[in-house]
Write a protein that binds this ligand. Structure first.
Ligand SMILES: [Zn+2]
Length: 259
């Protein structure tokens, strides 16, 4: 008890909880986490908060099957894991856009010239497309003609009603947790970038209100996804579980996302 109190600023757990190891561990772990956050820069704090969210590491539990596209090649895995850990990923150099890329290599996640932004977007959209097919909901990518403004074309539309007799329209995006724009705001708040992106999408497609159910699906580069994306994934997971009898469809988000 004395040793524990030397390390902790909390009170010891109440008697009935004392047999649980986690009742002793959590206060000290939380304390270390808070100390780490307090001593970190804005970008590091945003990374720590994002990678500490439960779902942001779901991809690490996905079965590494190449047929499902779940088997990243070595360098992709090195970069993905290194980004989570805040590890050094490359030698500092100047990007094609003339900005400096530091040793953490995060610039590429938000660089306007990076091809990765498009592939992340299509991978995410394609995963949702296939997940909806798995729960027997036919859907099309980039539907034409549902908005008067042809410049705005959402990423997907279900061909049958999703809820309340309305078809589901989705628009996906993958925003960078540590992009400068978001770091100027309270980026330490979990899912700040994703929530901001969802708000913007909802505004952009406000014209759909009433005719369709619109769902913005925003993911962050550090794996976080928030309100609306999370609730859609829960719903899809539940429907896949009902359609296939595979109860893990819901518990393993990674199975759904990367399926
Ligand atoms: Zn660049």
């Amino acid at each position: 008890m004395n040793l524990w109190q030397e390390q902790s600023i909390s009170q010891p757990p109440i008697l009935t909880l004392r047999s649980a190891q986690k009742a002793w561990d959590i206060p000290i772990v939380d304390q270390h986490y808070q100390t780490l956050l307090d001593a970190s820069s804005q970008a590091e704090r945003a990374r720590l908060v994002a990678v500490s969210a439960k779902d942001s590491g779901s991809w690490l539990n996905a079965l590494p099957l190449s047929v499902l596209g779940n088997l990243p090649e070595d360098n992709s895995f090195r970069i993905s894991a290194g980004l989570r850990l805040g590890a050094r990923l490359c030698e500092p150099h100047v990007c094609r856009c003339k900005k400096l890329v530091d040793e953490l290599g995060r610039h590429g996640l938000s660089c306007q010239l990076s091809a990765g932004r498009h592939s992340r977007h299509s991978a995410l959209n394609d995963s949702l497309h296939r997940a909806l097919i798995s729960c027997k909901v036919p859907n099309v990518l980039e539907p034409n003609g549902i908005l008067r403004d042809d410049q705005k074309r959402p990423d997907g539309l279900t061909l049958i009603p999703w809820q309340q007799g309305k078809a589901l329209v989705r628009d996906v995006t993958c925003v960078d947790t540590v992009a400068e724009t978001y770091l100027r705001g309270p980026a330490w708040r979990l899912g700040y970038a994703a929530n901001k992106a969802e708000e913007l999408k909802r505004h952009k497609y406000r014209e759909l209100d009433g005719r369709y159910l619109f769902c913005p699906v925003a993911f962050e580069t550090f794996g976080t996804f928030r309100n609306e994306a999370s609730s859609l994934i829960q719903q899809i997971g539940k429907r896949i579980a009902e359609a296939t009898g595979e109860t893990r469809s819901l518990s393993l988000n990674s199975g759904l996302i990367f399926d």
